[in-house]
Design a protein around this ligand. Structure first.
Ligand code: KIV
Ligand code: ZN
Length: 497
């Protein structure tokens, strides 16, 4: 078996998705869960991009022990210096530097030439090497880079000391055999290629990120850059869970990772919940329907022998239907254990307040599942928010006009308003806008399907536009109107300071 290194970029490429930004505490939670999952490298951020990103790289470096902590830079000295500073507490550290190598990048982004970019690539690698031993170089837009020039760059940066060379399909353009052939060409034409690890970094614009990554691996790449749930800019990056389970299911490939796949489902839920990013129900491995057989023929087959229709045991990815339900009779210890399985460590003081919320929810809902538990932990986080709901009363129905009265607490002061609308959400939002008189428009409003019975918690995602910016809000409540108002307020809390 050959080892494949897992480079997780959920906290860098994944976090670049608008609305998915995490604070440092949340990033540490994800980083610790990634460590428990067994990833080899955590790309913790792009330190020069903001003080928040810098600080997150510092704190993640302190918080985790085993994985290498990696910081992204452009191929410029200042970026590299700042990344080195952010990594100073990391036990194992890597600088990920690079430049665009395709004609599009060289001509239009840099207004430069191939020779000049080659020199800059060498200089950036050597400069990073002054600060850390482990330097990864990325050839941005390698997917559309001429293979002969790409080979020149790869050879030069390896000679300059790069330990890993990343071949990103930045735009998600490549076909699997095209991407595989690109990697093969490098192995056949780059002198010294055995001195570095070749890495894949695929985007999913044409839905081929996983296929392209596997094509790279089959042609010699031994590091894959992936994200939890495949999150990432536009259509996302390669999903960690898909690569992990492909290799687990296809032992004949003789390539393995050191991932503990039973941690996949909990970390998927954690990332989805912290980033307020729902996982599509039919998402491979971690989607709600990934193991749900609805047709009679399938159900019959699975009952007789699971392997008739299932290639994986749900337990191998950490889905254990028996262990994910808590009820009003569950104690603090059970709740704490469940939170910890989901990657959320809470101190006793915080546990008490989450437990109180848990009991309140358990009064309204019979079974509390993982999503509910994560939402409860999230409520604890939102306690410190400036605007909170005091009360909400709504009358609606067939043949009556919807009317809402709403009380808010803003920075400790109470405000009230009432309004009517064409439905209960409209009435409630109109009341909200009477109190918060800002120029803001609701751009997108998604109510996540309630799947586990009429007493389930409804989840609402909203995008609110304010002064040219888009702010994302999330609300979760057994009352869907309350969840909508919570989501609106969550978005407002992001621009009202
Ligand atoms: O997609 C890409 O090219 C990247 C690089 C910055 C590594 O994310
Ligand atoms: Zn990328």
């Amino acid at each position: 078996m050959e080892k494949l290194f897992i480079f997780d970029t959920t906290l860098r490429d994944g976090e670049q998705v608008p609305g998915c930004q995490l604070n440092t505490i949340e990033k540490i939670q994800v980083a610790k869960a990634l460590e428990a999952l067994g990833v080899d490298v955590i790309e913790a951020g792009f330190p020069i991009s903001s003080p928040g990103d810098f600080n997150s790289v510092v704190e993640i470096s302190k918080a985790v022990t085993w994985p290498t902590i990696c910081a992204l830079t452009r191929g410029v000295q200042k970026d590299i210096e700042v990344a080195a500073e952010a990594l100073k507490f990391a036990k194992r550290k890597r600088i990920h530097t690079g430049l665009g190598t395709s004609e599009f990048h060289i001509k239009y982004k840099f207004n430069s030439t191939q020779d000049e970019i080659l020199e800059r690539a060498i200089a950036a690698t050597k400069y990073a090497k002054k600060y850390v031993e482990d330097v990864e170089f990325y050839c941005e837009d390698a997917g559309r880079t001429d293979k002969v020039y790409l080979a020149r760059v790869v050879e030069a940066v390896i000679k300059a000391g790069a330990t890993v060379v990343n071949i990103p399909d930045t735009t998600g353009y490549c076909l699997p055999w095209e991407y595989g052939n690109k990697i093969k060409y490098l192995f056949e034409n780059v002198k010294g290629i055995q001195n570095a690890i070749i890495s894949t970094h695929c985007h999913n614009d044409l839905g081929m990120a996983t296929a392209n990554t596997m094509a790279g691996v089959m042609n010699g790449a031994r590091q894959v850059e992936v994200t939890i749930n495949g999150i990432g800019e536009r259509a996302g990056n390669t999903s960690l869970e898909e690569i992990a389970m492909i290799l687990k299911c296809h032992k004949g490939l003789e390539i393995e990772t050191q991932l503990n796949t039973q941690k996949i489902y909990p970390i998927s839920r954690l990332v989805s919940s912290l980033m307020n990013m729902p996982v599509q129900p039919n998402k491979a491995i971690v989607g709600r329907n990934a193991f749900a057989h609805s047709s009679g023929i399938h159900q019959d087959g699975v009952l007789k022998n699971r392997e008739s229709y299932e290639i994986m045991d749900p337990k191998d990815v950490g889905i254990d239907e028996n262990s994910i339900v808590l009820t009003a009779r569950s104690g603090r210890a059970a709740l704490k254990h469940r939170l910890s399985v989901l990657g959320v460590e809470v101190e006793n003081g915080k546990l008490d307040s989450i437990y109180e919320e848990f009991l309140r929810l358990a009064d309204r809902k019979k079974d509390i599942n993982d999503d509910d538990v994560l939402v409860l932990a999230g409520m604890e986080r939102s306690e410190q928010k400036r605007i909170k709901i005091d009360y909400l009363q709504v009358t609606s129905g067939v043949g009556v006009k919807a009317v809402a009265s709403l009380g808010l607490i803003i920075a400790g002061e109470k405000f009230e308003a009432a309004a009517s609308g064409n439905g209960p959400v409209d009435a409630a939002i109109k009341a909200l806008k009477q109190i918060i008189k800002r120029n803001m428009t609701l751009q997108e409003f998604t109510i996540q399907a309630i799947s586990r019975g009429s007493d389930d918690v409804g989840k609402v995602h909203m995008q609110v536009e304010h002064q040219g910016g888009i702010y994302y809000g999330f609300g979760a409540n057994t009352d869907i109107i309350a969840a909508s108002v919570e989501a609106y307020i969550d978005a407002i809390n992001k621009f009202v300071k």
